[in-house]
Design a protein around this ligand. Structure first.
Ligand code: SF4
Ligand code: SF4
Length: 375
């Protein structure tokens, strides 16, 4: 396993972090899914034995049971050797006192007296303004630090890339966790900014949340089939010197072995390999005539169409030929994590196209998405 310095903390973290969001689950008699506790503890401890020294969980992962499994795994002699990260569910915070209440509940589930990296979960412009600043949550987090319950304050991020900058500029955060992978490089400039400001940067979804794990992906052509797509995807993320580690959600020893092998070798891609990938990305996009970068400047749509996500699903379908991920992405619009409506709600008003710096023919592509994916 290779290790990198983590921002300004003076800590060295393994290139691979254990994401505890996909631990093994099994249904109970009523068909309700619960974590498979022994299996989960086993795979976590196995990862730690292979040199992973960062584990990332959250209040709600695995039906709220991930923190319990992580706590049990750390009890097996790993608590002082592995850095523990978890997340405060901002959507459950309505007043300052909720921070302490939730934090203490989490410490109980994790069977520990402190959390190394405590993240405000899924920060966006709205939760930054209306929760973190309005409810003065930074003060509350500072008190938790003074009590020794938190070592470092961090945030995970889900919004337009530039919305990350004011959060970094508060100076309150030690690290940031954000999306970055072969298919989604939109956060690259913000990641650079964070690293320049001394924050540790963690990439989530290095293999595109599993999407890139599809055999036969077009990216394998980039290296003439010499590496598998998941390997290429992880190596791509770790090639960015501004990224300190990549989190991967793992549920089996076999997955741990595969990722550890990559993070233990010289993970970075050569300059030549990077240029080849870049060329291929550009070629793919121009072939499909969709230049959407996901910047979100076309939003909001007066009819609530989630334009960037509709176009992203269309790109998966048309450019990368990843049928299932394309349909999953489109189907998630309007759910808990992806707000808004599908392309079906487009009235053809044209308001979005004037705002698009790439001059994407949004209406044309939305009509195509609606035809391909239905409602
Ligand atoms: S359609 Fe244009 S403005 Fe909208 S996300 Fe894509 S590139 Fe940005
Ligand atoms: S053209 Fe469609 S997507 Fe664009 S702003 Fe109008 S309704 Fe929204």
């Amino acid at each position: 396993m290779q290790y990198r310095k983590f921002g300004n903390t003076g800590i060295e973290l393994s290139l691979l972090g254990f994401g505890a969001m996909r631990l093994p689950m099994k249904p109970d008699n009523q068909g309700v899914s619960h974590i498979s506790m022994d299996e989960s503890v086993d795979v976590l401890c196995y990862g730690f034995e292979q040199g992973i020294n960062y584990v990332d969980t959250a209040y709600g992962y695995c039906a709220g049971e991930s923190e319990i499994a992580v706590g049990r795994a750390l009890k097996n002699g790993w608590r002082d050797k592995v850095y523990l990260s978890t997340k405060l569910p901002l959507w459950n915070v309505n007043e300052q006192a909720d921070v302490r209440r939730l934090l203490e509940e989490q410490l109980g589930k994790l069977q520990t007296d402190h959390i190394d990296f405590y993240h405000f979960h899924a920060v966006n412009a709205d939760s930054f303004e209306n929760k973190i600043l309005k409810l003065n949550l930074l003060d509350e987090a500072l008190k938790a630090k003074e009590r020794g319950q938190i070592r470092f304050l961090s945030f995970s991020f889900h919004d337009k890339p530039e919305k990350m900058l004011p959060v970094i500029d508060t100076g309150a955060f030690t690290s940031v966790l954000c999306q970055y992978n072969l298919l989604d490089r939109a956060n690259e400039p913000s990641i650079k900014y964070a690293a320049e400001k001394g924050l540790g940067v963690i990439a989530m979804g290095p293999v595109g949340g599993g999407r890139l794990a599809f055999a036969g992906s077009i990216f394998e052509d980039a290296l003439e089939g010499r590496v598998s797509t998941p390997e290429l995807a992880l190596r791509f993320v770790l090639s960015n010197p501004d990224i300190n580690l990549a989190l991967s959600g793992m549920s089996t020893r076999q997955m741990v072995d595969g990722n550890v092998k990559i993070a233990g070798s010289n993970a970075a891609l050569s300059q030549q390999e990077m240029s080849r990938i870049q060329e291929l990305q550009e070629k793919c996009r121009s072939l499909a005539d969709i230049y959407c970068t996901g910047c979100g400047y076309c939003m909001p749509c007066p009819f609530e169409v989630n334009i960037p996500v509709c176009l992203e699903a269309l790109i998966y379908h048309k450019v990368y030929r990843m049928e299932l991920p394309a349909r999953d992405k489109y189907a998630a619009i309007g759910g808990e994590w992806i707000k808004g409506k599908t392309a079906y709600a487009c009235t053809n008003c044209g308001a979005c196209e004037a705002k698009c710096p790439q001059k994407v023919k949004i209406r044309e592509h939305l009509a195509e998405a609606a035809a391909v994916f239905g409602k």
